[in-house]
Write a protein that binds this ligand. Sequence first.
Ligand SMILES: Cc1cc2nc3c(=O)[nH]c(=O)nc-3n(C[C@H](O)[C@H](O)[C@H](O)COP(=O)(O)OP(=O)(O)OC[C@H]3O[C@@H](n4cnc5c(N)ncnc54)[C@H](O)[C@@H]3O)c2cc1C
Length: 456
Amino acid sequence: MTATDARTGDGSEREPGDAHTVGIVGAGITGLALTHYLAERGVDSVAFEAGDEPGGVIQSRTVDGHVLEVGPQRMRKTPGIGAIAEAVGVTDDIVEAREEDLYVYANGALGQAPLSVEAFLETDLLSWRGKARMLAEPLTRQGMDVETAEGLFVRKFGREAYERFIGPLYGGIYGSDPARMPAAYALEGLLDREAEAGSLLAAFRQRVGSGHESPPISFREGNQQLPEAIYEAHADRIELETPVTDIRSLGPGGEGPYLLETPDGIHRVEQVVVTTPAGVASDLLAGLADGADGLADLLYNPLALVFLDAEHGRTGKGYQVGYDEDLHTLGVSWNAQMFGRDGVQTVFLGGMHEPELVEASDDRLARIAREEYKEVMGVDASVIDVARLDVGFPAWDQSWWQLEAVELPPGITLATNYTARMGIPSRVREAKSIAERLADGASGDAAEAVPATADD
Ligand SMILES: Cc1cc2nc3c(=O)[nH]c(=O)nc-3n(C[C@H](O)[C@H](O)[C@H](O)COP(=O)(O)OP(=O)(O)OC[C@H]3O[C@@H](n4cnc5c(N)ncnc54)[C@H](O)[C@@H]3O)c2cc1C
């Protein structure tokens, strides 16, 4: 790091800090991948992370010999994920999911989600009338921004298909209710694909098809092994336990260069990339970006995770629960079946459906998870652990209209899972494209918040 005579810009007496081309706020997967791609391109950068571990919401822990995921349960091995894993030396630790099947619990029974033509024809989640209604989708009008995700799905596929599998599967990605998710944000990517593919059904099939080319994976020690390996490869550019407490502009109208204030000093950077959750971004960008206060209103769905130990004879990734079912469970991930994780089943509770449940005692959460698991799967389970995420999934609900008012100054980029896609491969892909832009010396043209749907 190079010491400079950078002034603090506010006349204060603080020590001048280090100078860097790019300052990154946060070392979740986005900040880490950005660090990696900037280093690959020879661009000087520093990342500040408030926590004492790299990875952000990607958190793996081992309890009584079980690998548990207190965040994402898996990621898709897209070419981008494969390449970054190889670059940081963890390819040999990749564990591929054995089966892709996904189930929905609706009308009191588990049914396989019809994600292929064969499964669609065979599924008993839908009546023949429901199947025929779904197949008539190409005759419906194209999806519109002003609709909710629920309104759009029901109009295009019929209520039966929506309630029995589309709603639970789609809402399950965010722990949200599609009735509260504007299509403009929650389905933007799919609507674009609909226009190209000719129908939403065709767009779905394209997405599922491309998913099969990128199997779900984890790593031997859990998903966090990937961010940890990226951190190890670039530890000289990443400061853990160093929250950014303020961002100040030295240029006119909020332009760069910028000063990043941290407890251990002030650091001058030419460009800032903010990757933090929305509430933190709102505080840091107040006074720098129009509409930044609205970021604080973006809703996150809090989650409780109960880790069970159980054996069952099915194969697949797990199941989502239909809204009308009389269960608290949102969905269950079969980590044991996917990755050979020694009995581990992850039960998700809370979300937009029942946010207050996350406050319940561990005992109550454990009891609910165990009893409902037995009801659905027909087998007993013991409880390994309970965890809570107060800031869980971005909800992609009506509060996302706040993004319309956000205008960032040149030199500041928001690279987040609430302004672009949420899946880990998408976070890595966005980091790469930002690194390319910054390496090209362009400044600010991607400074606009780009809302988009979340997927892998
Ligand atoms: C429960 C859950 C399940 C998911 N499941 C999947 C899945 O199965 N597959 C998939 O692909 N994706 C999944 N996702 C989505 C994906 O995991 C996330 O979108 C992605 O990991 C977010 O990474 P990020 O770096 O953008 O943000 P974060 O991980 O939120 O990183 C932001 C970082 O900023 C740090 N920070 C905060 N304040 C400051 C500050 N003032 N100064 C410095 N640092 C600060 C935080 O500590 C954090 O490390 C899931 C997400 C959640 C929450």
